[in-house]
Ligand binder design. Structure first.
Ligand code: ACK
Length: 993
């Protein structure tokens, strides 16, 4: 409380600094009274007033009595009326000397060494002596003797007594002497109070404390000029000792003012203060001004704006300029539009894009807005990405797209002329849209009559329909029949069986997509129709047998029996009315063609006793070798922990421990250990290594190597932007290498995603998650498909979603998504689009755009992994080879996606060694031959395309000009050109014819 004390200097004979305590207020100080004190002594010969000087030679009043020689003394000294000034407790400080009775000559028997102090409370001056109440008997700590008198050294005693609670206006004090020798040198009566205080811009008045020691008086402070309470009025608590305690709340300067030396000063021009929280006035942010003092906000300069949610410290902003470098890519009746961010973003980050779609009317009749049937993916307005897919346009039609960039202030900037960029495109011929409804007509024991409507957008003349059907749950084999009409009777079905039907239309532009699945059941009764159908089945069977015989004979004659046998073996188990070479593979049964010498993965299902499978592939570990130290996560079956594993004769290693929670069923135990039966078969640096299992004690555990950095998706999100491109490619290379191993083993992962990759402390990525139910229950990303299975839609190839065709090629698709996740540091594929929209968009050729700062070559590789035709996707060994090439030649990664002028600055070194993946053709002729398009070599040369460099620049339009008119061939050549671009980026070499 030192701040409560003032120091004043009194100039007495020598200057002396005295401390003035503001928390103490005197009601009476006998020393400071100059004239008569006015105290009354009774009897008159008792207490006697004697003038003296103090140690500083200042005159003082003293009252003395010393009638120790006489018996029965009762001498009273009354003070005058002392006003309490509202104090409830007062303090009385007495300074006195007292004679030691023993030092009196002759041993006086009546001599006393104490005196009594009394008080009497009254509202007026009327004194009633009989009402005096005793305060205390006062004794001296040190009494003086004859000797002291001789030395003139007075032993001064100080005693303080307190008095309260007082409730009257004033009181009298009285001192009773019963025969002592006393000199009352001074009497001081005072009270304590909490003095006026300014704290945290709040004033607290002088406050008199409560009378009881433990009581605090709460005082609400008043905010000083131009300040206001922050949240609640400020409060302080006054203690009986006159100290301010427990401050609560505070005041702050009003907006437009700032606190300087405990008061609020107005903000100068050009400065503002808005929030109550910031204490000082701030300079107006760019493009804003404060023309008056005391501004609470700055106003924007002309042409600049602010929205309510902009913080006051943010500069005023303006709408962006138009998007740049807009390009379009037409695919049948879809258009992919891409652009770059505007040069002028207006100073804001909330930039969005809107698309206006207009159809050009024939014969120059102007433009009309595209109707609601045209779809925009992910949406038309408020796009945050710089690309959009526009689908369901009309074929062979001109469109004009206006791309507009907007930001948070575009709405406010009404006068600001909108800036657009226009893109004119012409759609191509397109396959028909899917048939939307298939209806069931008459149903027999072995037949079902079907009818359907023409597709909404036939996009040409429909040549025929294809009806695909199979028995429910038996989709590994299906049948396709054709019809020129929009109805037909499907025969040869089993009675009382549920069948799945899908229909698609064909025009000169090719097949449209299949309709959704329709489920119909045959009836259990024998009808005349079905008997007829049976007869026709026999006829069809005989015909087929004959056709087959003829085909085999044909092949035998042409010496291609071995190839034919292979395709025959592949096709076993399904029948098709008409087969194209690509479709052929789609229906290959779930098995694998095994070549001698290649180790293959053994499905634990082939073991009758699942425990046998576990112990065949996993080592049993004694639980005493493991100590669980930490829980690192939650798995499907229980906690995932980590700790050291000490196997006898081996060095200690850190391991991850998956546990099976108590109370499991036998089935859950089997499912849990299933993963170990699979993992135990693998041995590769990019596959998570199984150390063993604990099955002989509880809890049952699976022990794997420990991966310090956990799962890849979380790891990337945590380290956004922290790695060089080469480090990222290194991670991708590891994953691809692990996947190559798995596909060589004949194992299809089905749930390849960054969340299922683990990363160790050296950034080595390893494929994990081989659980039985991993694509069914375990993965939160998995969603139910129309067929009932659960599939992680965003990572899964279309054929696997549509008819559960999971192959290494569908794993390659997922790998492309993992590449995208890695290059975008863990971004969610397709962002907030719904699963249904993702399925639709992918079906319509929409693909994820290149992640920010992604090298073009890597994006090309991703796009290749997302080829609709799964046979066109690269194999994992090709991916590994290509990534190796990128790593050896980082220059090939310099060019970034979507931008010709931006260059990757993330590369650490420039290596010159170049590998050869052996996939590049040397000449135009060789290249075309290699893709079975050799027939066009002449046309290419005539068209002036003599080097692969010039070919690499070709578009579909160029191909048409050269004379490649068939859509299928165009597609094949364009795909190969895209591959070639990736290779060229990675090798930078030129090869001529
Ligand atoms: O992302 P995380 O840290 O990595 O959280 C999950 C959690 O356990 C549940 O699966 C972590 N995890 C699983 N296996 C391993 C392992 N072998 N090494 C380190 N962490 C692991 C995973």
């Amino acid at each position: 409380q030192s701040h409560l004390r003032l120091y004043t200097c009194l100039f007495l004979p020598q200057p002396v600094c005295l401390q003035r305590d503001l928390s103490v207020l005197n009601l009476l100080d006998s020393r400071s009274v100059m004239g008569d004190l006015g105290w009354v002594a009774y009897p008159k010969n008792g207490w006697e007033e004697i003038g003296e000087v103090d140690e500083d030679y200042a005159p003082i009043h003293t009252y003395q009595v010393c009638r120790v020689m006489e018996q029965n003394q009762n001498n009273w000294l009354h003070t005058n009326w002392i006003l309490t000034e509202g104090a409830q407790r007062v303090y009385i400080e007495l300074k006195f000397t007292l004679r030691d009775c023993n030092s009196l000559p002759g041993g006086v028997g009546t001599c006393k060494e104490t005196f009594n102090m009394y008080y009497y409370e009254t509202d007026d001056r009327v004194l009633k002596e009989s009402r005096y109440i005793k305060i205390d008997t006062i004794a001296a700590d040190e009494s003086f003797t004859e000797l002291d008198l001789g030395d003139r050294v007075m032993k001064l005693n100080t005693e303080v007594r307190d008095l309260g609670p007082l409730s009257r206006k004033g009181f009298y004090l009285a001192f009773q002497d019963l025969g002592a020798c006393i000199a009352l040198v001074s009497v001081r009566v005072f009270y304590k109070r909490c003095p006026f205080l300014v704290k945290s811009l709040a004033e607290f008045p002088d406050t008199i404390p409560a009378s009881e020691a433990s009581q605090l008086v709460e005082v609400v402070g008043r905010c000083v000029n131009n300040s206001v309470p922050l949240y609640e009025p400020p409060r302080m608590h006054c203690s009986t000792e006159g100290e301010w305690l427990v401050p609560i709340g505070k005041c702050v300067c009003k907006p437009g003012f700032e606190e300087i030396s405990g008061s609020c000063q107005v903000c100068k021009m050009g400065f503002y203060r808005s929030q109550l929280e910031s204490s000082a006035c701030s300079k107006c942010p760019p493009h804003s001004v404060a023309r008056q003092m005391g501004a609470t906000a700055c106003s924007c300069e002309d042409g600049y704006y602010k929205i309510d949610s902009d913080p006051p410290s943010m500069a005023c902003t303006r709408p962006p300029s138009a998007p740049r470098n807009a390009i379009s890519n037409v695919n049948e009746t879809s258009v992919f539009l891409e652009w770059s961010i505007p040069v002028e973003t207006g100073g804001r980050k909330d930039i969005r894009y809107n698309i206006l779609c207009r159809r050009v009317l024939p014969d120059g009749r102007g433009l009309e807005e595209c109707g609601p049937n045209v779809r925009f993916l992910p949406r038309r307005l408020g796009l945050s990405n710089t690309s959009v897919m526009v689908a369901d346009l009309q074929s062979h039609t001109n469109y004009s797209f206006l791309l507009e960039a907007i930001n948070g202030v575009s709405e406010l900037a009404k006068d600001h002329a909108k800036q657009y960029v226009t893109l004119n495109v012409t759609t191509n011929q397109a396959a028909p849209s899917p048939v939307s409804v298939v209806r069931k007509g008459h149903t027999g024991k072995s037949s079902i009559a079907l009818s359907w409507a023409e597709p909404d957008r036939p996009n040409g003349i429909i040549l025929e329909y294809e009806i695909k059907y199979f028995e429910k749950e038996q989709d590994s084999s299906y049948t396709i029949i054709k019809s020129k009409e929009t109805e037909m009777v499907v025969e040869g079905l089993k009675p009382s069986s549920v069948y799945i039907f899908q229909v698609r239309a064909r025009t000169s532009a090719g097949y449209g997509a299949f309709s959704r699945r329709f489920e119909f059941q045959t009836s259990p009764y024998l009808t005349a129709t079905s008997e007829r159908a049976q007869a026709s089945i026999i006829a069809v069977a005989i015909t087929l047998a004959l056709v087959l015989l003829a085909v085999v004979a044909g092949f035998l004659l042409s010496g291609r029996l071995s190839q034919c046998c292979l395709s025959f073996i592949r096709r076993c188990g399904y029948s098709k009315a008409k087969q194209d070479p690509e479709e052929e593979k789609m229906h290959f049964h779930n098995g694998h063609i095994k070549f001698p010498g290649v180790r293959t993965y053994i499905d634990p299902l082939t073991y009758e006793d699942p425990n046998q499978a576990v112990h065949e592939f996993a080592q049993e570990i004694d639980v005493s070798c493991i100590s669980i130290e930490r829980i690192i996560g939650a798995g499907e079956f229980g906690e995932v922990c980590s700790g050291p594993l000490r196997l006898p004769g081996k060095r200690e290693i850190q391991v991850a421990i998956k546990t099976l929670k108590a109370g499991y069923t036998e089935q859950q135990r089997r499912d849990f250990l299933w993963e170990a039966s699979i993992m135990g078969q693998f041995n590769h640096p990019n596959i998570i290594r199984l150390e063993g299992v604990v099955t002989k004690s509880k809890p049952v555990m699976i022990i794997t190597e420990y991966m310090e950095n956990g799962s890849l998706d979380t790891f990337l999100k945590k380290n956004d932007g922290q790695f060089t491109v080469i480090q990222l490619v290194g991670m991708l290379r590891g994953i691809a290498s692990g996947m190559r191993y798995l596909s060589d083993m004949g194992y299809v992962h089905r749930d390849l995603a960054a969340r299922n990759i683990l990363v160790n402390s050296n950034l080595v990525c390893k494929v994990s998650d081989f659980g039985l139910s991993r694509v069914l229950e375990d993965d939160a990303e998995a969603a139910y498909t129309t067929r009932g299975g659960k599939i992680p839609i965003r990572w899964t190839a279309p054929e696997a979603i549509a008819y559960r065709k999971f192959t290494s090629a569908s794993d390659v698709w997922s790998y492309g998504i993992v590449m995208w996740e890695v290059m975008s540091y863990g971004e969610r594929p397709y962002w907030d689009m719904s699963n249904q929209d993702v399925i639709k968009a992918v079906e319509e050729s929409y693909r994820l755009p290149g992640p920010m700062d992604c090298p073009e070559a890597l994006y090309h590789l991703m796009m290749d992994c997302w080829q609709r035709e799964r046979s066109s996707r690269p194999k994992f060994d090709e991916i590994v080879c290509l990534l190796d090439k990128f790593i050896r030649n980082p220059c090939s990664l310099k060019k970034l996606v979507n931008s010709s002028h931006r260059v990757s600055n993330l590369l650490v070194e420039h290596a010159s060694v170049e590998g050869d993946c052996g996939t590049r053709s040397k000449t135009i002729g060789e290249w075309l031959d290699s893709i079975k398009m050799g027939r066009y070599t002449e046309l290419f040369m005539e068209g002036g395309y003599s080097s692969l460099e010039t070919v690499a620049q070709m578009t579909s339009e160029d191909l048409r000009r050269v004379g490649v008119n068939l859509a299928g061939h165009q597609k094949k050549i364009i795909t190969s050109i895209q591959e070639m671009r990736v290779h060229m980026n990675s090798t930078n070499s030129t090869v001529n014819i």
